[in-house]
Design a protein around this ligand. Structure first.
Ligand code: ZN
Length: 74
């Protein structure tokens, strides 16, 4: 890495610690479930998951796990 890139990397590390800088607008994640992988997406503040539980309840293990993973960032 040249000096310019090293400075960018140091700044990136500082930014990464300031979680409030980041506002997820959309996101798609494949979550390895116990039996099958599930497709979870986030768009305009709304979660979607392709599992049966989500369809009935609007929330599921997969969406809750991602919310825990990204706490304070959504
Ligand atoms: Zn799910």
């Amino acid at each position: 890495m040249d000096n310019g890139m090293i400075r960018k990397y140091q700044k990136a590390k500082l930014y990464a610690e300031e979680r409030e800088r980041f506002k997820f607008k959309s996101l798609t994640v494949e979550v390895d479930g116990k039996n099958n992988p599930h497709q979870v997406s986030y768009q305009n503040g709304e979660w979607q998951c392709d599992c049966d539980y989500f369809i009935g309840r609007g929330e599921c293990t997969h969406t809750m796990a991602i919310e825990l993973l990204l706490k304070d960032m959504l």
